[in-house]
Design a protein around this ligand. Structure first.
Ligand SMILES: C[S@@+](CC[C@H](N)C(=O)[O-])C[C@H]1O[C@@H](n2cnc3c(N)ncnc32)[C@H](O)[C@@H]1O
Length: 283
């Protein structure tokens, strides 16, 4: 099939890149996107390319911010099977020997305890990144059966899916990003797990709903900012798993954790990335 590549330059990326992906991909016929330093490359089967639709999406962005500069160039790509080429380059991930995280086009495996199918889109959480890998690996040894678990910053939903598969009694997943929300919803259905999914951040957490286990693979600054909110909904003796930061950030996170009565009991590193298991002291 012939494909057309639209190379879009945006003077501001956030939130306009996500808005464009939504407009072109969900409301229009574009089926793949690559983030670039200057903005976004978007791909559409050439027979479906419509310049007036593209201009309409761009003018919707400018209606939000009239200072936004947005330029684009259009080129037709040589005819080849792009899906096949992309799929060849996207490998499934075996986390240790217990969890196989694969896309729908990868092979099923019988020899692993857990197999998770993730539709790879724009959201984070395919286990290729060390932080996801570390969180999955920490969950391996955590008994979850019958426990209430919260997954903050769920991305593709991969961690929440494993938690549900491991028998958690109730799993709630939250993400601020609308694309992640929609991808996670699709992945929960795809894996046949029951997860309560919300769009938002730590401001959704209220003390009347407590959790036994909380996962948050986000980033250093958000974890430092929101750790008190996570702790406020974690039962005494409950477990908090954190990732999304480097080894040299651990001290700052440890100090913040101590203020909340949380103690680091395990640290795992992979590349320069780090994940922590913390336990909330019994009061
Ligand atoms: C590093 S990804 C982790 C995805 C997945 N949980 C994993 O482990 O691979 C972080 C996710 O957190 C979301 N996020 C960022 N800030 C957030 C916040 N303040 N509250 C909740 N989610 C947030 C992002 O949209 C993104 O999907």
């Amino acid at each position: 099939m012939k494909y057309t590549e639209v190379n879009i330059t945006l003077s501001k990326h956030d939130p306009f890149r996500d808005m464009l992906v939504y407009c072109l991909g969900d409301e229009g016929p574009y089926d793949s996107f690559v983030e670039t330093e200057k903005g976004l490359k978007a791909y559409v089967p050439s027979q479906n390319y419509d310049d007036s639709f593209l201009k309409r999406c761009i003018s919707d962005l400018k209606a939000v911010d009239n200072m936004l500069d947005c330029e684009y160039t259009v080129s037709e790509l040589p005819d080849k099977d792009y899906n096949e080429e992309w799929e060849r380059g996207h490998q499934a991930v075996l986390v240790e020997d217990f969890c196989w995280v694969r896309a729908p086009f990868h092979q099923h495996r019988e020899d692993v305890a857990f197999e998770i199918e993730i539709e790879p889109k724009m959201s984070f959480g395919t286990a290729h990144h060390s932080t996801t890998y570390l969180m999955l690996s920490l969950l391996r040894d955590e008994p979850l059966s019958g426990r209430r678990l919260l997954d903050m910053g769920t991305g593709t939903g991969v961690l929440a899916i494993l938690a549900a598969m491991k028998g958690a009694a109730y799993v709630e997943a939250i993400d601020v990003d609308e694309l992640a929300y929609r991808n996670a919803k699709e992945n929960f259905e795809r894996n046949g797990v029951d997860v309560s999914l919300l769009i938002g951040d730590a401001s959704l957490l209220t003390p009347d709903k407590q959790f036994d286990v909380i996962l948050a693979n986000i980033n250093r600054n958000i974890l430092l900012r929101d750790m008190a909110a996570y702790s406020s909904v974690l039962v005494d003796g409950g477990t908090l798993f954190l990732s999304g930061f480097y080894e040299h950030d651990v001290l700052a996170l440890q100090n913040k954790a101590l203020e909340q009565g949380l103690q680091i009991v395990l640290q795992k590193n992979r590349d320069e990335w780090c994940a922590l298991k913390l336990v909330k002291k019994l009061s």
